[in-house]
Write a protein that binds this ligand. Structure first.
Ligand code: GDP
Ligand code: IMO
Ligand code: MG
Length: 442
């Protein structure tokens, strides 16, 4: 194919868009992806596992998804769990059953990558035992870390392996044996390979109808000019490379992870939407410069229902951290931001924004290596508002101080805010709801 012809073909492609967490997770990715999904032909989870908890509220009913992409409530949308994720078969089957019980058909539009690694019982065991020891990360205990450890140690079990029962037993024996010194040191008992092989071969058979080469499926969809949305899990500050290491998850949560995680090229991606709360939260241990360990933090927790969707743990709450967001805008190549939970700030006056950090007298505009451990946040005050935001239909309906707050955040982080969320429901969304278009002004 001639160069010009190739370029023309690429121009015709409809965009693929990444939706990525810009903070420490739980920014409202599920809500925003569900809202955007009406414009998407496919929604793809590309990283993480059942450590994620994505909440959708449609028609007043709440659905929490851990592995199934948040596009599933749109009956026309294909949902793909790609090879960058780690899959717990029990969770997948439970989610499928829950969705079907709600009358949502998943049979022909849910696809799981044969290359995705499988979370095994001993992954969860080791994860939990480690959490009882000094140096705990505050993980979700879903076996995510040990599963990714097996993946990079090149001894992991992939979904496709569950469909090859003959080889599965010996693969599992080798895998389980590798964990023996760790289990012994932690005082845990590993499962018998035969039992795991029998149970997981059976789970594999139940999942078989959903298993395929999802990277090829996505290439086909993109070549047919379909809109593909890549749904991030966790958040930038939990990313294995860019987050507050070692208090991070074990996968590439940032937008770049969508390429290897879903099996598409960087040139396929045309937009990156970051999701950020109008304040900040974090679950688990690790640095959090703007944390409010006081009555105001508790107020945010109650007003925002800040309790983990996966573990139920109370989330740590604090002020909006602009330096953290600048890092997220930069490393994700963010083209626009969706700001969620603005309604939670109603009645708080004044509202503080961390504009930069003070590091031993030096101003820092972004977190640097290890700096989040030791910096002092520097704040700017903005006036609050007392009116409920729930009935606002457009950005113009927001009270003036709320609009000023949104615009100030935009200015401080250097990325346009195209969507403002003022409640958990699909309907509580102001601004641009089609991310597959050129950016409109708020
Ligand atoms: P995710 O992991 O990024 O998908 O976020 P979670 O679902 O873990 O947490 C976000 C929580 O905030 C969920 O309970 C949502 O229903 C809720 N939520 C999302 N957007 C808004 C909003 O604008 N206002 C309020 N009050 N709640 C929201
Ligand atoms: P969503 O997709 C918030 C946190 C854990 C812990 C650290 C490592 O819902 O935003 P892990 O179990 O991954 O080994 O835990 O990462 N964590 C999350 N925090 N939201 C998430 O996902 C998270 N997934 C992992 O609390 O601090
Ligand atoms: Mg969550």
């Amino acid at each position: 194919m001639g160069e010009t012809e190739y370029a023309r073909q690429r121009e015709n492609l409809m965009p693929a868009v990444v939706v990525v967490g810009a903070q420490w997770g739980d920014e409202g990715k599920g809500k925003v992806v569900d809202l955007y999904a009406r414009h998407a032909d496919a929604v793809v989870r590309y990283a993480g596992g059942a450590n994620a908890g994505h909440t959708l509220v449609v028609g007043g009913e709440q659905v929490i998804l851990h592995l199934v992409p948040s596009g599933i409530l749109n009956e026309e949308t294909e949902c793909v769990v790609a090879q960058g994720t780690v899959l717990d078969p029990d969770v997948l089957l439970e989610e499928i059953a829950t969705l079907e019980a709600r009358g949502i058909s998943v049979a022909s539009r849910l696809h799981f990558s044969e290359r995705a690694h499988v979370v095994l019982p001993h992954h969860k065991l080791i994860d939990s035992l480690r959490e009882n020891k000094a140096g705990a990360i505050g993980t979700t205990k879903r076996g995510i870390g040990p599963c990714y450890e097996d993946k990079v140690a090149r001894r992991g079990i992939r979904l496709g392996d569950l469909l090859q029962p003959k080889e599965l037993r010996s693969r599992l024996a080798r895998n389980i044996e590798a964990w023996r010194p760790v289990a012994d040191a932690l005082g845990g008992t590993l499962p018998a390979p035969d039992e795991v092989a029998t149970a997981y071969a059976a789970l594999g058979q139940r999942l078989r109808p959903f298993v395929c080469d999802t990277a090829r499926l996505l290439s086909t969809l993109l070549s047919q000019n379909k809109n593909v949305m890549l749904e991030g899990a966790q958040g930038t500050l939990l990313d294995i490379d860019h987050g507050t290491y070692p208090f991070v998850t074990s996968s590439t949560a940032v937008a770049g992870g969508a390429c290897s995680g879903a099996g598409i090229g960087p040139t396929d991606i045309d937009g990156v939407v970051g999701i950020a709360k109008a304040y900040a939260t974090r679950v688990g241990h690790g640095p959090f410069p703007t944390e409010l360990e006081n009555a105001l933090g508790e107020r945010l927790r109650q007003a925002g229902s800040e309790f983990g969707a996966t573990t139920g743990r109370p989330r740590r709450c604090g002020w909006f951290d602009a330096p953290a967001l600048r890092l997220a805008v930069r490393v994700n190549g963010m083209t626009r931001l969706a700001l969620t939970k603005l309604d939670v700030l109603t009645g708080i006056d004044p509202i503080q924004i961390c504009t930069h950090y003070d590091a031993d007298g030096q101003p820092l505009s972004e977190p640097s290596f290890d700096s989040m451990r030791s910096v002092t946040p520097v704040y700017e005050s903005m006036p609050g508002w007392s009116q409920s935001l729930r009935d606002c239909a457009t950005i113009d309906d927001l009270p003036e101080p709320a609009r000023a707050y949104v615009h100030r955040l935009e200015e401080l982080v250097g990325c346009p805010i195209s969507l403002v969320s003022v409640g958990p429901g699909r309907e509580h969304s102001l601004g641009e709801v089609n991310p597959f278009t050129e950016l409109g002004q708020l």
